[in-house]
Design a protein around this ligand. Structure first.
Ligand SMILES: [Zn+2]
Length: 142
């Protein structure tokens, strides 16, 4: 089988931040890299899951909701993917700063009831907010 583009990058040289990963059919995939790969520091499984719930909800309630196709975690637990249409780097950067600022104000995890989630006990709101705050600082430094 062919090696897919995202495995063709040298992950040891990837830095934290916001990177355009690829474009296809008008959809842009953004690499929201929270952690430098292969350094022993990863987002916990619980925080990863909670950040997914927080951001998916906030992004789909934002002014750009119609341009947001998908938000979800990387299996390696070093970040998330965001898929958008009609948004450039600066649009996405502002959207993310606004969205992470909103996410850290939430006192409840959206969609964390048994009937709403596939693993409803695997959440950690406090750790998720800590990860969001750290990434927010990274975004603001870009
Ligand atoms: Zn869930």
């Amino acid at each position: 089988m062919d090696k897919i583009p995202s495995f063709s990058k040298n992950h040891d040289t990837l830095l934290v931040g916001l990177h355009e990963s690829m474009q296809m059919h008008g959809v842009t995939t953004w690499d929201l890299r929270f952690k430098k790969p292969n350094q022993g520091d990863y987002i916990s499984a619980k925080a990863l899951h909670t950040v997914e719930h927080l951001l998916a909800t906030v992004l789909r309630n934002s002014e750009q909701k119609d341009n947001v196709i998908y938000f979800g975690p990387m299996g390696c637990r070093t970040g998330f993917y965001l898929l958008t249409v009609n948004l450039n780097y600066n649009n996405v950067l502002s959207l993310l700063i606004e969205s992470f600022e909103k996410a850290i104000t939430l006192d409840e995890i959206p969609g964390n009831k048994r009937e709403e989630c596939g693993n409803y006990l695997e959440h950690d709101l406090n750790d998720a907010k800590i990860e969001c705050e750290k990434y927010l600082e990274i975004l603001k430094s870009l």
